[in-house]
Design a protein around this ligand. Structure first.
Ligand code: OGA
Ligand code: MN
Length: 212
């Protein structure tokens, strides 16, 4: 079972056991990753301060198509607030531990806040396609506990459902971006999270480090 229950994110041993799980299963769910303080600060920012917007506002075909696939509102981190800085520091520590233990060659982490309101969803997708992006690991930090809807369904390479995760405040989901299709089921309660990606410095089609 790729779920770790009992350690705090500050322990070195926490990172090693987390990484062992990722190595073995390709994914892990940590019910307690963020401290309540950091969680509260990030949630406050996502709810009241960050200006979250639908990806690609407008009437273009691309936007219409996008709305069939996902309905969340997002805001990329700009690193301005101390809550964001603390979160990025934590992820930098995790990146360092992953590189030491697994030689993954991660060089970068990017993330955005996301808000799903009633009826919002994100259809089943992969975050990376083999050889086409430099996203290696996906992270999702859940900032509030939802009572109804908004679960994350995680599938394996054969499209078999592995796990349905109910977002709870302070938890983290981590999985290999190329391996696991996943979807966000229609939300009932407001749902706040931070979706992020550890990336490697890949030279794709002669372009160094493209954005996606
Ligand atoms: C994503 C995504 C999952 C979630 O943003 O790519 O799949 O649980 N998010 O929010
Ligand atoms: Mn995704």
């Amino acid at each position: 079972m790729a779920i770790i229950n009992s350690l705090a994110a500050t322990d070195n041993i926490f990172f090693s056991s987390l990484i062992e799980h990722v190595y073995q299963y390709g994914w892990v769910f940590l019910p307690q990753f963020l401290t309540p303080e950091l969680n509260a600060a990030l949630l406050h920012e996502a709810q009241y301060e960050a200006d979250l917007t639908l990806a690609g506002i407008g009437r273009s075909n691309a936007h219409q198509l996008n709305m069939q696939i996902r309905r969340d509102a997002t805001k990329w981190f700009d690193g301005q607030s101390s809550a964001q800085q603390n979160y990025l520091q934590l992820m930098a520590k995790l990146q360092q531990a992953l590189n030491r233990q697994c030689f993954l060659g991660l060089f970068d982490f990017e993330c955005h806040f996301a808000r799903y309101q009633q009826g919002d969803f994100y259809k089943k997708h992969l975050d990376a396609f083999k050889g086409r992006t430099n996203r290696v690991l996906t992270t999702v930090s859940y900032l509030n506990t939802v009572k109804q809807g908004g679960q994350l369904a995680l599938y394996d390479e054969k499209d078999t459902l592995i796990k349905t995760i109910t977002p709870t405040a302070g938890s983290l989901l981590l999985f290999e971006s190329e391996r696991f299709p996943h979807e966000v089921l229609p939300a009932q309660d407001p749902r706040f999270s931070i979706a992020g990606w550890f990336r490697k410095n890949a030279n794709i089609n002669g372009v160094l480090d493209p954005a996606n």
